[in-house]
Design a protein around this ligand. Structure first.
Ligand SMILES: Cc1ncc(COP(=O)(O)O)c(C=O)c1O
Length: 396
């Protein structure tokens, strides 16, 4: 198989359009030449080194470049390898912070329907259900607040306020503007802003999990920008390397870093894995950041957002669909079927239907979503929505 732009060229001669960016990671397109060449260059120089007591240029330069693109209050970068580990790091930073400054705050507040990854800590702060039921004994207790469904936003804010007042939590972790794996559930920027304000009032650390929403997906580089929110801790992965290699970062405020920076080793932030800050992945991420700083990436994002809006518009009036929605470059729509939900039998049927039409779409149950790389054309978008319409003809 060969990947190029929005397409996967398969050995049997088919050209499959990647309409979900291979699980939301590929931003500029498969095998973007600038990223490929950065990886090739780095591979001849240094491809792995222990990242404890040693450092290397791609990691150092990437950290500096990242801080230029993120809010000034986020001053430190911690490397790991996946979205899940970036969340583990964030949770550990939050708990370590409170412990090291001598306060007993350990509870984590989460949003209903969230997904933060597959490791034990990330599962603990995510929605409980079929995916983690078997591991329930390993998961720690958290306090959920309701998802801010349209018209019910105040319930979410009131719940967050009450939890903050009554439980003095350590942190609140949330996916800004869109809950991805939980069903592409979207909520407005003003709710995000209010949630941050409440956390600030109660000194609760605000962790933004931008693993999916980062790198242009919601229309801005990071979703938090739309709410004018600077998180205390931010998680990033997926599009960090443009979707080329696994890498993640967790950014934090200076006081969170300083609470762990001491000659007293009891205060150390103990988290590391063998491939932390792998030089090839850092070089790929640097190349991705170059593209954000110098290419037309932002224009492509707004062009894609407009194309998506134009394409989804007719579905708003189509009675076979519900909750037709868009945030930035992402659209989602629920096909009205007898069995709804993630495990709905319609999910695999739709997936196979789209595959037959050379489209990589992977509905979440009866929720069809479209999240392509930013290099798709108007004709590509047209092809996607024609197939969605045909799917409704067959299954609705
Ligand atoms: C919001 C969010 N957080 C964390 C993760 C976990 O990332 P990974 O699969 O790279 O571990 C995901 C993955 O989909 C995600 O959408």
């Amino acid at each position: 198989m060969r990947g190029e732009g929005a397409y996967l060229h398969v050995a049997d001669g088919r050209h499959i359009m990647d309409a979900i960016s291979s699980w939301w990671v590929v931003t500029h397109g498969h095998c973007h030449p600038h990223i490929v060449s950065a990886i090739q260059d780095q591979a001849g120089k240094l491809n792995q080194i222990i990242f404890a007591g040693y450092t290397h240029e791609p990691a150092e330069e990437l950290a500096v470049q990242l801080l230029q693109l993120t809010p000034p209050a986020l001053e430190y970068v911690f490397f790991s390898d996946s979205g899940s580990t970036s969340v583990e790091v964030a949770l550990k930073m939050a708990l370590g912070y409170w412990k090291n400054i001598g306060k007993q705050r350990t509870r984590i507040v989460v949003m209903q329907h969230s997904y933060h990854g597959d490791t034990v800590g990330a599962m603990s702060v995510g929605a409980r259900g079929v995916f983690n039921a078997a591991y329930e004994p390993l998961l720690f207790d958290v306090t959920p607040i309701p998802f801010p469904a349209t018209g019910r936003e105040q319930d979410t804010l009131s719940a967050l306020y009450s939890v903050c007042r009554e439980q003095m939590p350590a942190a609140f972790i949330v996916e800004p503007l869109i809950l991805g794996a939980g069903g592409m559930l979207m909520y407005p920027a003003w709710v995000l802003r209010e949630m941050k304000r409440i956390c600030e009032d109660w000194g609760v650390l605000f962790i933004a999990d931008e693993v999916m929403t980062g790198w242009g997906r919601t229309g801005t580089l990071f979703a938090c920008e739309q709410a004018d929110v600077t998180p205390d801790i931010a998680c990033n992965s997926k599009g960090l390397t443009g979707g080329s290699l696994p890498l993640a970062v967790t950014l934090c405020r200076a006081d969170i870093f300083e609470a762990h920076y001491s000659k007293d080793r009891n205060l150390t932030f103990f988290h590391s894995s063998s491939y932390t800050a792998n030089p090839l992945a850092c070089a790929a991420a640097k190349a991705n950041l170059d593209l954000w700083q110098s290419s037309d990436a932002r224009t492509r994002v707004s062009t894609l957002a407009s194309m998506q809006e134009h394409a989804i518009q007719p579905f708003r009036a189509d009675p076979r669909f519900a909750n037709v929605r868009r945030t930035g470059t992402i659209t989602a729509l629920d096909l009205k079927t007898n069995d709804a939900g993630y495990l709905a039998g319609i999910g695999p049927k739709l997936q196979a239907f789209f595959k037959d039409r050379n489209l990589l779409l992977r509905p979440l149950g009866n929720t069809i979503y479209v999240m392509p790389p930013y290099c798709v054309t108007a004709a590509d978008i047209d092809q996607i929505y024609t197939a969605i319409r045909e799917a409704a003809d067959l299954f609705a």
